[in-house]
Design a protein around this ligand. Structure first.
Ligand SMILES: Cc1cc2nc3c(=O)[nH]c(=O)nc-3n(C[C@H](O)[C@H](O)[C@H](O)COP(=O)(O)O)c2cc1C
Length: 252
């Protein structure tokens, strides 16, 4: 009898542990559930992972200011194209302290590849250089549904028919400043092409969000690149971008 009870208890314990096992190991940093990414380059990315500080804090960085929307388009270009991105320098997850943001690297490469102008979304109030502090600010902004202001504005917005729009994933979503930009502009009739960097969340549902915010636009499937890859594997990043672009008939 004793043996039967012990066996029964052992079975209960095993079942209980099995039931808990899936949730204990890798908590998702984002409060929202992540949606499976659509970008081909990110298809083999591992599941979303926790974003915890594992780098040494550093001193404050200069804000990234390079609004370069004056660059010349290639002669005879069929499209007038603008690459817009928000990207943060300073201390970040897995890459240490960086002087060019991960998304900026991808965005600048896209601009070079397609001959586009660039507009960088620069926050009026710079985000903290410290990763931990930035996590906190981003949390507050997301909770309060903030619309942080940015510096400057795109000149000749109406002239651009194709817009690449880049951002990092913050807490499973676009940074709130990306919402500020998207909501401030009329995308009717334009082609919008999202791209983002992340450390495990892929696009995290932002493709759908952009589609809903850019009403009247044609939104093409975006590209999600790991921030660490963008920062440390130039060849891999350029290849991923080139392959993605070559799938679009007007850039291939
Ligand atoms: C505030 C904050 C929140 C983040 N949240 C996530 C997240 O939910 N999922 C994820 O995969 N990466 C997350 N990351 C990592 C960034 O998406 C990644 O480092 C990205 O490449 C940063 O791009 P940037 O250098 O252009 O700013 C977060 C980073 C920060 C600073």
């Amino acid at each position: 009898m004793k043996q039967t009870i012990s066996l029964f208890l052992a079975l209960c314990l095993t079942l209980a542990l099995t039931a808990c096992g899936g949730t204990a190991s890798t908590p998702e940093p984002a409060p929202q559930p992540t949606v499976q990414e659509t970008a081909p380059a990110a298809a083999s990315e591992p599941a979303p992972q926790s974003v915890t500080l594992n780098e040494v804090p550093t001193t404050a960085a200069e804000p990234q200011v390079e609004n370069n929307a004056e660059a010349e388009q290639p002669a005879g270009a069929e499209h007038k194209t603008l690459v817009i991105y928000f990207s943060r320098t300073g201390e970040n997850y897995t890459v240490g302290t960086i002087s060019t943001g991960n998304t900026a690297i991808v965005g600048d490469w896209i601009a070079e590849r397609v001959g586009a102008d660039v507009f960088e979304i620069v926050p009026e109030t710079p985000y903290p250089d410290s990763y931990d502090e930035c996590l906190e600010v981003a949390t507050q902004e997301q909770r309060s549904n903030a619309r942080p202001a940015y510096v400057g504005e795109v000149e000749g917005w109406e002239d651009y028919d194709t817009i690449f729009f880049g951002y990092p994933i913050w807490w499973g979503d676009m940074p709130m400043i990306a919402y500020t930009f998207l909501e401030n502009h009329d995308f009717t009739g334009k082609t919008v092409i999202p791209f983002n960097t992340h450390e495990g969340s892929g696009q995290s549902g932002t493709q759908r969000t952009i589609e809903s915010l850019c009403s009247g636009a044609t939104v093409i499937d975006g590209l999600a690149v790991r921030g660490n890859t963008a920062q440390n594997d130039q060849a891999g990043t350029e290849q991923a971008v080139s392959e993605w672009l070559s799938g679009m008939d007007f850039f291939g």
